[in-house]
Ligand binder design. Structure first.
Ligand code: EPU
Length: 426
């Protein structure tokens, strides 16, 4: 079967115009999982039309969740009658966020079975924090073949300290605690904006979650009573997409307005752009990026949990740093497998020294040359699109399903600001 590829013609022509940001993958996937804690209609808006949303809807459907009013970015779900406790292996293996469905399912059905969650290959990605949290809440774990099964006739509240900060770990325990018996305290919880957003949504349906957005979250459980609908989940704008567009405009040069975003969620990346000499005008829901392409290096970009520099923006900003005059260090502290794409950038003409599995030194400025490449994961895939758009000559990018997992029709939006990119059958 012919696979889709991107054909990208690089150029130095400044980008111009307006580009709109869609809803955030890592927000909507948790919002969709939350339906399993409810009965009554839940209306979703600003849903990005991406592969991971389609797969999650398929998983929910296989559990008996009813879907109505589906149009491109809107749908209504109803989970009054769900059946079973097994996440379909063929789908769950494709997306890491499948593990967040396990939290509500365990709490509601008393049992959940799932394969080792899939998604991007970013080093080890263990699930020990989930095992620890659910065990503390009274669940028993067993392996059924190579699948995990957790069961508990009644989950009870627990005092859970995460030894390291985990976004989906925090979300999964929050979900389970909502229906548990008694009070749960989560310590060293993640602070990403998706977490208070999810808590506010659950609270609007009757959950009692306090402190989301701080390191200590307290959840008073309902002892099995489902949350009542109707409810509304308006997906947050994708801060990673917005930050990636900003990196593209900064690297290629030009003047582009990025709309439907929330610059407050991008304080550190914006500061880095300004330090590099890019002009960023931030409004409530837009950013104007102006760059003449003459960029200063940065001592160090160190990925950190929110509100630090997001690991999901590390690859696009590394591409940007190939344009800066001087040496910049990039320190990836969250995932150990997230610098694997560097070899390809070097084959394009970048001068990046790999210091160790977590650190690279980007020497610039270098002129990148177009190549034939394969997208390694969602975020590095978009970084390759940026690299190809600023390179000299044409590039062909394979494996673009991985980009479609997280970004809605990216080529159509990029074309409007002046990137020469086409989706073709290979
Ligand atoms: N970790 C453990 N044990 C666990 C869980 C995580 O050691 O049980 C480790 C991870 O291996 C990693 C660190 O903890 O080293 C932090 O990972 P985290 O659990 O926060 O990542 P995640 O929840 O699996 C989410 C996003 C990622 C994003 C990270 C960090 C979703 C579905 N995924 O992953 O997004 O990079 O947080 O912000 O929310 C992406 O969208 O492309 C993506 C990878």
């Amino acid at each position: 079967m012919a696979k889709a590829v991107f054909h990208i013609s690089g150029s130095t022509k400044p980008l111009r115009g307006t580009i709109e940001v869609r809803g955030a993958k890592n927000d909507i996937l948790k919002g969709l999982a939350a339906v399993l804690l409810t009965r009554g209609d839940i209306a979703y808006t600003n849903m990005p039309d991406i592969e991971d949303v389609r797969r999650t809807l398929e998983l929910l459907k296989s559990l008996g969740v009813q879907m109505t009013d589906r149009t491109t970015r809107v749908c209504t779900l109803n989970a009054s009658h769900i059946k079973g406790h097994i996440l379909r292996r063929d789908i769950a293996e494709q997306i890491r966020a499948s593990i967040v469905l396990a939290g509500p399912l365990l709490a509601r059905q008393g049992k959940v079975r799932f394969p080792f969650p899939g998604g991007c290959v970013l080093g080890k990605r263990p699930i020990d924090l989930f095992v620890h949290g659910w065990s503390a809440m009274g669940a028993r774990m067993r392996l059924v073949g190579d699948e995990y099964e957790f069961s508990a006739s009644r989950l009870h509240g627990a005092d859970i300290t995460f030894y390291k900060v985990s976004v989906t770990g925090t979300e999964a325990m929050m979900f389970s605690a909502v229906l548990a018996h008694g009070t749960t305290v989560l310590r060293n919880a993640a602070l990403e904006p998706e977490i208070p957003h999810l808590a506010d949504f659950l609270n609007s349906l009757g959950a009692r979650i306090h402190g989301a957005g701080t390191p200590t979250i307290t959840i008073e459980g309902t002892d099995g009573k489902l949350l009542e609908g109707p409810g509304q989940f308006a997906t947050l704008p994708d801060r990673i997409e917005a930050g990636s567009f900003a990196a593209l405009v900064a690297a290629r040069g030009g003047k582009v307005k990025i709309t439907s975003c929330n610059p407050e969620h991008l304080a550190v990346p914006i500061e880095i752009l300004r330090e590099m000499g890019v002009r960023v005008t931030a409004g409530k829901d837009f950013m104007l990026i102006e760059s003449k392409g003459k960029l200063k290096p940065i001592d160090m970009i160190k990925t950190r949990e929110y509100p630090g520099f997001p690991t999901d923006l590390q690859a696009p900003f590394t591409v940007l740093l190939t344009r800066a005059r001087g040496a910049s260090l990039v320190f990836e502290t969250i995932f150990e497998g997230r610098l694997a794409y560097i070899d390809d950038l070097n084959r394009m003409g970048a001068a990046i020294t790999i210091c160790d599995p977590h650190r690279v030194l980007v020497n610039g400025p270098t002129e990148l040359r177009g190549r034939h490449m394969e997208s390694p994961d969602i975020r590095a895939g978009l970084a390759f699109v940026i690299a190809a758009a600023i390179a000299k000559g044409p590039s062909v990018l394979e494996g673009i399903y991985k980009i479609d997992r997280g970004y809605e029709k990216i080529e159509m939006r990029l074309r409007r600001i002046g990137v020469a990119i086409e989706r073709k059958k290979s």
